[in-house]
Design a protein around this ligand. Sequence first.
Ligand code: MG
Length: 163
Amino acid sequence: MSATPFRIGHGFDLHRLVPGRPCILGGVEIPSELGPDGHSDADVLLHALIDALLGACALGDIGEHFPDSDPRYRGADSRDLLRQTLAKVQDAGFAVVNVDCTVISETPRLSKHKEAMAQSVAGLLGLERGAVNIKAKTHEGVDAIGERRAIASHVVVLVSFSS
Ligand code: MG
């Protein structure tokens, strides 16, 4: 293990938006006519967070740990996947310092849901609220996200080597 006490990780995820699916972001159900499609609950924010955590700890990516070809993860609650990921991070000797999340969504509009998502993520990671930031952006009406055909998220995390 490097003597460097901090490591950074980035995660990205995108899912198609379709009618008739719940819109769960950061573990919070957001009222919406469209929801992310996917094998699991398709929580793009938590999937990007999981990849950021794995990236910071050089543990690979979400597809290696939770393959969408595995029927165990059909309809999976991404909060459970995040808890399992956090255990892997901690087993590797790391502690999460802070997380900064961006969700890019033309619909649903997320500004009034940012606080609930931040509290949810902080709770899942065992962090103080002040260690979690959620930013919500649109895609200015262009490309798949702007045309309401997809939703995406980027997450950056900092972890410290704790043991
Ligand atoms: Mg995903």
